[in-house]
Design a protein around this ligand. Structure first.
Ligand SMILES: [Zn+2]
Length: 400
């Protein structure tokens, strides 16, 4: 492996200043700093939105709601010795009882996202063991972790499929609709999400064979991506998907050309124009699994919107539209055999662990050190705040 000399100089400087350097298996530096900076930028946008929303929220009588929660107090023997009643926050509501987004809280949570990171040092590698991630849907730091997780989960599912269904071949299908304004984004998303169901349940994809419905698509994975076009000030929501078909599909009468996919998607989404659809097969059979898992990373590109050159007000406006539009939606989903296997493997993209993004288990005997880094506002980077040398501690206990 060839290391860029700039890296070496930079790494020495980092070592002296105790700045975090985390290198992945391909020898590349993991961009913790960059993600943290992006999250801080987005937190600023959320704060901006919160401030702008204040008059509207006041007019709508937005207030915090609490519910009474009763908890038993038990002593060491497990006997109930008393009861405490606490007021626990339920969120923000307007005077008509509608729940509203708490931008202030999102800003606050995102600002502290990944403010501390704890790693186990194994040989020269760092393995994340603890962190405080905010899980706000648009957070760049959380999306980055989630993309890794979804990549890993999807590779795992594909590995099972290769063993169990060697005849299944993945197709990559992108389904789009025309760009739309911020006002139409939510309605457009409602439409394409329900169009997806119509599409998958259509007679074209579930033809009647000898009186029985057959599935052409044996399994699928779907990820929503929304890109933003700054020249036209429009949003472009679309699905990236993986469709598994039997290899006989390519020779049979069910085979679909691009125009057939276009026709089916047009009908499912009730469009009065021919939408752009892209269908392709994997380029290689060898790297199939990897290529498939790559698709899983797509929605991650949402964070790119933030790096566009836009005024702060415009950015706030886009963030607000996006966060309202994706609120409560499943951005990733599996279907058919991929769903079955995901259930077997207990994979759930929405609740995925963002600390542990793969299944590599840590062998405690190999952990030499536990390193804790904190985000340091002054140097705008992660600096070491705590170091526990386990090897020495173990030797120490032996001597004593
Ligand atoms: Zn986060």
């Amino acid at each position: 492996m060839l290391i860029n000399p700039y890296y070496i100089i930079n790494m020495k400087k980092c070592q002296v200043e105790n700045i975090l350097i985390d290198i992945n298996s391909k020898g590349k530096i993991r961009d913790w700093r960059g993600k943290k900076m992006s999250s801080l930028g987005l937190a600023k946008s959320y704060k901006g939105i919160a401030d702008k929303m204040k008059p509207e929220y006041e007019a709508r009588g937005v207030h915090n709601r609490y519910k009474k929660v009763r908890r038993k107090i038990k002593n060491e023997a497990g006997e109930v010795t008393g009861i405490v009643i606490n007021d626990e926050p339920m969120g923000l509501y307007d005077k008509d009882g509608n729940r509203v987004v708490n931008y202030e809280k999102r800003a606050e949570n995102m600002r502290f996202c990944g403010s501390f990171l704890e790693f186990a040092k194994i040989y020269e590698n760092l393995k994340l063991t603890k962190a405080n991630f905010c899980r706000v849907p648009l957070c760049p730091m959380c999306q980055w972790r989630k993309a890794m997780r979804v990549f890993w989960d999807t590779s795992k599912i594909m590995r099972v499929i290769e063993e169990r269904y060697p005849n299944y071949i993945p197709l990559f299908l992108t389904l789009t609709v025309r760009n739309c304004s911020a006002e139409d984004l939510s309605n457009n998303l409602n439409n394409i999400f329900s169009a997806w169901d119509t599409f998958m349940h259509s007679k074209t994809l579930r033809p009647l064979v000898n009186g029985k419905r057959e599935y052409i698509i044996k399994g699928w994975f779907r990820a929503l991506e929304i890109t933003y076009n700054d020249t036209a000030d429009t949003f472009h929501p679309h699905f990236h998907s993986i469709m598994l078909v039997d290899k006989n599909y390519f020779k049979g009468k069910d085979y679909m050309h691009t125009e057939d996919w276009v026709k089916l998607w047009r009908k499912s989404a009730k469009l009065d124009y021919d939408p752009v659809c892209d269908i392709r097969r994997t380029r290689t059979t060898k790297g199939k699994r990897e290529e498939v898992a790559e698709v899983a990373k797509y929605t991650y590109k949402d964070a790119e919107i933030l790096s566009k050159k836009l005024s702060a007000d415009k950015k706030d406006e886009i963030v607000k539209s996006l966060s309202t539009a994706i609120h409560g939606r499943r951005l990733y989903a599996y279907g058919g055999v991929m769903k079955e296997i995901s259930a077997e493997l207990k994979v759930d993209a929405d609740k995925a662990d963002l600390v542990k993004v793969n299944d590599d288990n840590i062998n405690p005997a190999l952990v030499k050190m536990i390193l804790t880094y904190h985000w340091n506002m002054g140097v705008s980077n992660y600096t070491l705040s705590k170091k526990i040398e386990l090897a020495k501690e173990r030797a120490g206990t032996k001597n004593a």
